[in-house]
Design a protein. Sequence first.
Lengths: 197, 97
Amino acid sequence: MMHLDKLPNPRDGERVVLELRRNWLTVASIVVVFGTMLLVPIIGAWAFWDLVSGWLAHPVIGPTATVFASIYFLCAWLFAFMEFTDYYLDLWIVTSERVLSSEQKGLFNRVASELHLAAIQDVTSEQRGLLGTFLDFGDVHIQTAGEKGRFHFDNVDHPERVKETIIKLIEEDKKRHAHSLVAEVARGESTIEETAH
Amino acid sequence: MNPITGFPEFAIPIAFLLGIYGLFVVFYIIWSFFNIYHLMRFGVAGFFLTTLVTVYAIGSLVLLGASGLSLLRYDWSTPFSVTAILQGPSPESLFDL
């Protein structure tokens, strides 16, 4: 279990600044699909109760319908829970030192990675479509050095604000590390040539 | 051999449906276990996670209980006859037309 106050491999003085998940529309779509799967057969059975009750009383159709209805409702509940788990376990954490990404892709596929703020070269926010613009959600892309590629925060709230926060944290991180290097040089623990590397 | 349908006469108890249901329940329990395991292993510790797992467990118990009670009221020794199905009620009578 992950504890936000005890992140893996913590740095000195590290604090969690952002905890991001996909926009609430993802949860809303799960609720709508599950609600539809649940309500359509219930309303249908209620509307045609005379017919349905006749079927349920039949010695063969009754148990067959009951077995398949039970399987259907259990499937709907399981599907909703699996989808919510998929949403809930996609988490991006931005701290004062690094970015942690944890993405669940299906039940048996999980990608967890982290990136130090110093390795970030470019941060881009992207809002697409009518809903994204009006509800203020979209993607944030983090370009890293080398072939590590990009980090993607998908459909997060306030992507522009997230981008600004990360850029601000990168600046603070650079200043902090510059100060510590100057202090090291002043103490004689490091040389100018070493710090240049 | 049935002279009307040309199909052989055979009947099996509808209890075989319970086998299908039982297999599904096993699948459901295994899948739920994996889901809960992932949540407990990788989720963020806190009240929300505990609530989520509790709600799912209660929902599952309610659904399994309700379906179990619904299935109890049937006589599962009733034979399921292919011949009877083929000679049985027409689609019109099924839909009460």
